[in-house]
Design a protein around this ligand. Structure first.
Ligand code: PRP
Length: 285
């Protein structure tokens, strides 16, 4: 029987969320400490814990069939692999930054200057597009220290909360790309593995949709039901059940996270009371 091998970060910020996503898909992974390979006990999946920077090449070569990696790494590594789903976690930017007291009037500032980065390909493309002739100084880590020790006039690195820039007296100037975790696949998957991937994607989509929605329950006086129901998007239509107290109903529905607070305010104004908001674990449409 066919199996899928999925590569995830051995350590780093994607590791935990990647494993918890697989677990939320109902896949049990026996995760021993310092284990570099683990099999799922209830799904034909093997997890390979690999060094982040090596993952795209392993997927291109077909050593791993799937992987969870940051978009930033995919752009930088330029491997021939396919993004199957964007996963919505580990969101960050790849940005240029300079010391905070430097006067910065645009990317031409970097003409004839040095920029330290671990992302030479992505930076090079950006500089070319903007006709900037800067020297790229490749460093593998602690990039933010470069201007402080006289290694470069600016940096190009990942920014998430911005606290590393702040702590090193730097300010962000240009966003080169925005990134999030992605599920990628090798182009070497056979038909059976692609069919298996479809079953995994079915679970993944159910988890992702559930995360984006909330289940809402509320009490509504019967004479306000029509107005309240109109406000509720729901999946097909809201559920309406009579309450023990005459003249009242309990209304259940699903609301998307993005529209959530706006709809809740409208529901209250329309006469809904005792609203309960419950997370949804999985959602199959
Ligand atoms: C990344 C990046 C920055 C930092 C930015 O490093 O290289 O240093 O996160 O995050 P912030 O904006 O929230 O401060 P990471 O800790 O992932 O490790 P790395 O140095 O191995 O890239």
């Amino acid at each position: 029987m066919s199996k899928l091998k999925i590569a995830v970060q051995k350590s780093g910020r994607l590791n935990e969320d990647s494993i918890s996503l697989l677990k939320n898909c109902g896949i049990h992974i026996d995760n021993g400490k310092d284990q570099l390979k683990a099999s799922a006990s209830n799904y034909p999946l093997e997890v390979l814990y690999l060094r982040n920077g090596d993952i795209p090449q392993y997927v291109e070569d077909g050593v791993a069939d799937l992987a969870i990696v940051g978009e930033n790494l995919l752009v930088e590594s330029q491997n021939d692999i396919e993004i199957v789903r964007k996963l919505g976690f580990s969101k960050c930017k790849l940005s240029l930054a300079v010391p905070k007291d430097v006067q910065y009037d645009g990317v031409q500032f970097f003409d004839g200057k040095k920029i330290a980065t671990s992302y030479p390909n992505t930076l090079n493309q950006y500089l070319k597009k903007n006709n900037v002739n800067a020297e790229i100084h490749l460093i593998k880590g602690s990039v933010e220290i470069a201007p402080n020790i006289g290694l470069a006039e600016g940096i190009c690195d990942l920014v998430s909360s911005g606290s590393t820039l702040f702590k090193n007296g730097l300010k962000e100037t240009d966003t080169i790309l925005t990134s999030e975790a992605c599920l990628v696949k090798s182009k070497k998957l056979n038909a059976e593995q692609n069919a298996l991937l479809d079953t995994l994607l079915f679970r993944l989509d159910a988890v992702q949709k559930g995360k984006k929605s909330k289940y809402v329950l509320m009490n509504v006086p019967n004479d306000k039901l029509k107005v309240v129901i109109k406000l509720l998007p729901g999946m097909r239509s809201p559920t309406v059940l009579p309450l023990a107290e005459e003249g009242w109903s309990s209304v259940h529905s699903v609301i998307e996270e993005g529209k959530f607070w706006e709809v809740i305010d409208q529901l209250k104004a329309a006469g809904a009371e005792g609203l309960l908001i419950v997370p949804i674990e999985k959602m199959v449409l």
